[in-house]
Design a binder for this molecule. Structure first.
Ligand code: HEM
Ligand SMILES: *[C@@H]1O[C@H](CO)[C@@H](O)[C@H](O)[C@H]1NC(C)=O
Ligand SMILES: *[C@@H]1O[C@H](CO)[C@@H](O)[C@H](O)[C@H]1NC(C)=O
Ligand SMILES: *[C@@H]1O[C@H](CO)[C@@H](O)[C@H](O)[C@H]1NC(C)=O
Length: 502
């Protein structure tokens, strides 16, 4: 009796003890997290944050770029926001953006590496790499792009040929409603593929279409709530099933696709006559046999190629899709651009880059598509490279820096009708007018590496589209400007009619 009572007491104490311990641990962790969330006075102001998750659940992810709206009004142009363990600061307005991207750019030259990125790319690649690796990869890529015809005739011709293929393919739709997403995706991707792999892929190529689908899924999965939770709690989320697991399987499949292309190149290349980016890279690797002393090794070849494939496909293709939507929704503007194209280059000759100067209206329309489409609303994140101050605020090394490009592209002081599609924003007395407050490609030393390429593609594809078709909403279907959130803001899936111009 006594013995069993004794064991009961012992058991009671044991559980109590365990509970207290657990409770104590939880309280302690919250306290630590809470103290951690208390910022020094010189840190930029921002909304209160929860321990562990910060402002994650205060931001509506479906509409994140719009939802946190009132914060800038309340806290000013330098505003802190935390997503779990990621501390970020949001910058608004041209003076501060210039300060960060131009005047003090050395302090803001880095990119944050998320847990997802780390797991897939390590420290490799182009878009999110830092330091020596980034410098070497970026310099090499720029030189190689130049050698393979960027800014030269050959690339322009490649874009023209691809536009011809695409127009023929769209013509097969015979003016009936169709979803333009994967055709445009494929055509645009073929340009970067021809530079990187030395080949283009037919729109009927099932395997390549599958790769494009994987890429498209990544664009929204990485920005989904599960994706963000993984980045905050990777060691836990790693073991939990869910959509975020697909992120890694998709990346793996894309990596194998690229490895396969690399193996093919190794087999049939001629070192004296490099055909494309991969050949040039394999030559560069041969110059640096000590793998420890160089960033030019096979893993980096895969990662940089993957970066080019992603960055070179999704952005330009999404912008073109916005372009067709804005045309279908603004028939008078479409007509005016078509009239200009007919008048200046006619219906026979295919547009080329030199025509930009003689097509100011059409050129302005394309810029307006980028302003309104605003596909990368917060720029690609930067990271503070070493402790620094900005406008009197202290920004510790490692802080993530976002720039509100939406605010810049919608600033009522800069744009006559910020909420309306209006090519006049980029015109003055009928001539094209550059705008300082227009930064869809970012700015400074980490400016978009593909800006020139993207601008060439946008112009040639878009003018060729308008030369051949009039875009209209399908009968009895309403086109919407709703966005699908993701790494880039794209139109929601829709159908459109491309009526051939007789
Ligand atoms: C309309 C199309 C495009 C838009 C709106 C766009 C936008 C951007 C932006 C905003 C950045 C970050 C710049 C910064 O941090 O200041 C960026 C970086 C980058 N973009 Fe693009 N981009 C486009 C097309 C392309 C294309 C076609 C390529 C293919 C080569 C490309 C490759 C890259 C790369 C490699 C980076 C990373 C550069 C670095 O970190 O050094 N982009 N892009
Ligand atoms: C960015 O600017 C836009 C336009 O001014 C605004 O609607 C949006 O809320 C801002 N985003 C944040 C996070 O402050
Ligand atoms: C390269 O680095 C690895 C790991 O740090 C090391 O084991 C290896 O011996 C190094 N190789 C050379 C050639 O220095
Ligand atoms: C599109 O327009 C061009 C004029 O540049 C013409 O040569 C071509 O045949 C048209 N393409 C189709 C498929 O109608």
């Amino acid at each position: 009796m006594v013995a069993s009572l004794g064991s009961l007491v012992a058991a009671f104490w044991a559980t109590l003890h365990l509970r207290t311990l657990l409770l104590g641990a939880v309280v302690f962790l919250f306290l630590v997290a809470f103290l951690k969330t208390q910022r020094p006075k010189t840190y930029p102001p921002g909304p209160w944050r929860l321990p562990f998750v910060g402002n994650m659940f205060q931001v509506d992810f479906e509409n994140s770029h719009l939802q946190i709206q009132k914060l800038t009004e309340k806290y000013g142009n330098i505003l802190s926001l935390d997503f779990g363990t990621l501390n970020s600061v949001l910058i608004t307005g041209m003076p501060l953006i210039k300060e960060i991207f131009i005047h003090s750019e050395q302090s803001f030259i880095n990119r944050p590496i998320t847990a997802t990125r780390e797991r897939v790319f390590g420290k490799n690649g182009l878009v999110m790499s830092n330091g020596q690796i980034w410098k070497e990869q970026r310099r090499f890529t720029l030189t190689t792009f130049r050698n393979f015809g960027l800014g030269k005739k050959s690339l322009e011709q490649r874009i023209q040929e691809e536009a011809q293929h695409l127009v023929e393919d769209i013509e097969n739709e015979k003016g009936q409603p169709f979803n333009p997403q994967f055709k445009i995706n494929n055509a645009v991707s073929n340009i970067i593929c021809s530079i990187v792999f030395g080949e283009r892929f037919e729109y009927q190529d099932g395997h390549f279409q599958k790769m494009l689908k994987l890429l498209d899924e990544l664009v929204y999965l990485e920005a989904s709530i599960m994706g963000m939770l993984y980045n905050t709690f990777p060691s836990v989320m790693k073991f939990i099933p869910g959509q975020h697991q697909k992120i890694f399987s998709n990346w793996d499949k894309l990596k194998s696709f690229i490895s396969y292309e690399i193996e093919k190149h190794k087999r049939d290349r001629n070192p004296d006559d490099p055909r494309d980016f991969i050949d040039a890279y394999l030559n560069e690797m041969a110059k640096h046999p000590d793998k420890n002393a160089t960033s030019f090794h096979e893993e980096n070849l895969i990662c940089s190629t993957l970066d080019l494939f992603l960055a070179g496909t999704e952005t330009t293709s999404t912008t073109l899709r916005w372009g067709l939507l804005f045309m279908a929704l603004n028939p008078e503007i479409q007509e005016k651009a078509q009239a200009e194209i007919d008048r200046v280059i006619g219906r026979e000759k295919q547009p080329n880059l030199a025509d930009r100067e003689s097509l100011p209206y059409t050129y302005a329309v394309i810029h307006e598509v980028q302003r309104m489409g605003n596909i990368i609303p917060f720029n690609v994140p930067r990271e503070v490279a070493s402790d620094t101050t900005l406008s009197g605020y202290h920004l510790p090394k490692g802080t993530m820096i976002l720039a509100n490009l939406t605010a810049l592209h919608n600033d009522p002081k800069e744009w006559a009708t910020p909420d309306t599609f209006n090519p006049e924003h980029f015109l003055e007395n009928g001539q094209f007018k550059k705008k300082e407050c227009f930064l869809p490609f970012g700015m400074g030393k980490r400016v978009c590496l593909g800006e020139q390429l993207a601008r060439s593609e946008l112009f040639i594809f878009f003018t060729f589209f308008l030369q051949n078709f009039t875009f209209k909403p399908p009968k009895n279907e309403k086109l919407s400007l709703k966005v699908r959130p993701g790494l880039t803001l794209s139109p929601v899936s829709h159908r459109i009619c491309a009526i051939p111009r007789a």
